[in-house]
Design a protein around this ligand. Structure first.
Ligand code: MN
Length: 242
């Protein structure tokens, strides 16, 4: 073999190892996930009417929550990124380095994204977890009931305002946890990390009109309006992205 061929082989070897390193790097890098990105150009419509989740979540709460709270997060997020390097970056990608982006982006970007996921994973008359998701839930928590209890406890015990999550970890397991304020598991500052599959908003504005201080009642009612079809889809998609 002449020296030219040896150099070529060495060069190919180096390229292969470099691409191997970068592929491995992406496995734990959530900003590179191919999960469908949410729209940051236009405030999305609620996927159902305000009264669709009655009696578990009342129409008046839904109207104020969506039209006032959520819309304000969207507007403030758009203003916070206007004219910055983040203006044309997917919000999911901003989350991966949100510690650098500042509190306005963190709070309003989180507030915008989290509510989109929340509205999508609510609905009525869905069947339940798919066979694949049910098996993963049993593997991670022992049983569906144990999962439900763990998730409910995370929601009930989150002190102050925040969110509880079922998420897919970077090693493809299911986990449950909660985040304060408008943080979420995609954020670099979050101690729990993964792709969100199911979430519940436990800010008082999400339940106070109907349940006042009885957050546990609201959390139990939530289970009647989980749109499992959407959660099943997110699980399938997330598995391909990690
Ligand atoms: Mn909210």
């Amino acid at each position: 073999m002449n020296s030219g061929n040896i150099i070529k082989i060495l060069a190919i070897g180096i390229i292969i190892s470099i691409s191997g390193i970068s592929l491995r790097g992406q496995v734990n890098d959530l900003k590179n996930t191919n999960m469908k990105k949410i729209d940051t150009k236009e405030f999305p419509a609620l996927p159902y009417g305000y009264d669709a989740l009655e009696p578990y979540i009342d129409a008046r709460t839904m109207e104020i929550h969506y039209d006032k709270h959520h819309r304000a997060y969207f507007n403030n997020f758009v203003n916070a990124i206007k004219g910055t390097a983040y203006e044309n970056t997917a919000v999911e990608e901003i989350f991966a380095e949100v510690s650098k982006a500042g509190d306005a982006v963190r709070n309003n970007g989180g507030g915008y994204y989290n509510h989109v996921i929340f509205w999508q994973n609510l609905g009525k008359n869905s069947s339940g977890p798919s066979a694949e998701l049910a098996a993963a839930i049993t593997k991670a928590f022992g049983s569906f009931d144990k999962f439900r209890e763990t998730f409910s406890n995370a929601a009930k015990t989150r002190f102050g305002s925040g969110w509880a999550w079922l998420y897919l970890t970077t090693d493809k397991n299911l986990a449950v946890g909660s985040t304060p304020n408008q943080d979420n598991p995609l954020m670099d500052i979050s101690p729990i990390k993964g792709i969100p599959l199911l979430t519940i908003d436990v800010w008082e504005h999400a339940y106070y009109l109907k349940y006042q201080n009885r957050r546990p009642e609201y959390v139990e009612a939530f289970w009647n309006v989980v749109n499992w079809d959407v959660v099943n889809e997110r699980y399938k998609e997330a598995l391909l992205c990690i």
